[in-house]
Design a protein around this ligand. Structure first.
Ligand code: DAH
Length: 450
């Protein structure tokens, strides 16, 4: 999948030169949700991640959870025509997560450095698109599915190995996709509303740049594909407006309108494909990926005679900017000082809720420098830190890298920032934690720590 902003921002340069690695596997079965799974040399799910695997996504369904409020708001804006679906367990086959969606064998998203593998053919879903075909197959033609998704990645205030996405889709029979038909009528209604609100829509993407029409579109229903794309754009522009306009109106110091832009993208399961960005607090914020559903997906869903669109967005990313939540770890906090701020009775409209940080405790950093062994990926380091220190780790950053002139050995130095969201940490406690991290790095990856 793209390293799409809906979940994950571009990786830091420091990580690029590493090989991908497979963690040493213990050949014991892995137990997830009380079910035993066979393991192999792909297995790389640590205990801290295994304990986050539930039969259904949790946070977006908890009371007073900002992710739940946002999910509710998106469902409200898109309306009752979209069937809300709560995803099943995140343990899925790689067929579902990758193959059926058209990911090539060598796609980077399939690497054990990026994905949690239960075993070679089973992983923790990396995106909600894993359930596109399933949702269509159960007879839903318009739906909104919410799920927790898992990715191995860097550690900082906006990255966490578990986060939440919503996937939406709408498909129609070809007879509905004709001029004057029900789809066009819906487009006109949405477009008329959008024409009368203060929002600038930048959308000069040519369909060719966005992947082009699919062969079937060209052959027998180009008009239907164009209407699907028009409906997608009107729907998502409406969603962006409803989510962001109240905040924008409050924060922007001028009468500049809210701005949204459409840019060409590539996804193996849509064509044409787009990303949507919103101008917010001085930069373009990437919020979702979308496109016209590939015919092969519809064929596998038993909907060969239909056509339509799909999108996927990241809930944390939107909630963090809308509610001013400064650190992604806060979503997992049970602290009343966090959840209490999102209690319904506070009377504000949802997009206007603002999180007020409670006391910020001092950070404490420790460095780790080592000679790079072959086949080591920096995600292995991040994972080890996460697994030892849990939510006490705020940030891990590469602060130095060089190659020794004589020995040609490569060196890296990473700074690990420890900070608790809700209490002061003792230096001694951090030393113990950090030593545990170093021990495991030595043991599991034969790191030569300097
Ligand atoms: N699954 C994609 C990701 O996480 C996002 C996405 C893109 C979903 C395009 C879609 C879509 O449904 O049509 O990177």
């Amino acid at each position: 999948m793209s390293k799409l902003g809906v979940g994950i921002a571009a990786k830091r340069v420091c990580g690029r030169g590493f090989h991908n690695s497979v963690r040493l596997a213990s050949r014991q079965p892995l137990v997830l949700n009380g079910i035993e799974y066979a393991t192999d040399n792909y297995t790389n799910v640590p205990a801290s991640i295994a304990s986050r695997v539930h039969p259904h996504p949790q946070l977006p369904y908890l009371e007073n959870q900002p992710l739940a409020l946002l999910r509710g708001e998106i469902e409200r804006v898109l309306g009752a025509r979209y069937m809300p679906i709560r995803a099943p367990s995140p343990v899925v086959s790689t067929r579902l997560n990758f193959d059926e969606l058209g990911f090539p064998e060598d796609h980077p998203g399939r690497q054990p450095s990026d994905t949690y593998f239960v075993n070679k053919n089973t992983c923790l879903r990396t995106h909600t698109s894993a359930h596109q075909i399933g949702a269509f197959r159960s007879g839903n033609l318009r739906w909104l599915l919410t799920a927790d998704v898992f990715r191995r990645d860097e550690i900082d205030s906006s990255h966490y190995p578990v986060f939440h996405q919503m996937e939406g889709a709408s498909v129609w029979n070809h007879e509905e996709l004709v001029p004057g038909g029900s789809v066009e009528q819906e487009c006109v209604a949405m477009e008329q509303k959008l024409a009368n609100v203060p929002m600038e829509i930048q959308d000069q993407v040519s369909v060719e740049d966005a992947g082009g029409w699919q062969p079937k579109h060209e052959a027998n229903n180009r008009q239907g594909a164009e209407l699907s794309m028009r409906h997608l754009k009107a729907t998502l522009n409406t969603l962006v407006y409803e989510l962001f306009q109240p905040r924008w109106a409050l924060e922007s110091q001028s009468d500049e309108p809210l701005k949204v832009r459409w840019i060409p993208a590539f996804f193996p399961f849509t064509s044409p494909s787009f990303e949507v960005e919103v101008w917010f607090r001085g930069k373009w914020l990437e919020i979702l990926g979308s496109g016209v559903v590939q015919q092969s997906i519809l064929d596998q869903s038993g909907l060969a005679d239909k056509m339509g669109w799909a999108f996927g967005l990241g809930l944390e990313r939107i909630a963090m900017v809308l509610f001013s939540i400064p650190d992604i770890r806060l979503f997992w906090s049970q602290d009343k000082r966090f959840l209490g701020q999102f209690a319904k009775q506070s009377g504000r409209s949802l997009p206007l809720m603002t999180f007020k940080p409670y006391s910020k405790h001092p950070p404490c950093y420790k460095d780790v420098s080592f000679w790079l062994p072959p086949n080591f990926h920096e995600n292995d380091l991040f994972e080890t830190v996460r697994d030892c220190a849990g939510d006490l780790v705020e940030d891990v950053e590469c602060i130095d890298s060089f190659v020794h002139l004589k020995t040609q050995k490569a060196s890296r130095c990473y700074r690990v920032n420890y900070r608790s969201m809700d209490r002061n940490l003792e230096n001694e406690q951090i030393n113990t934690l950090h030593n545990a991290v170093l021990d495991r790095l030595r043991r599991e990856f034969s790191l030569e720590i300097r």
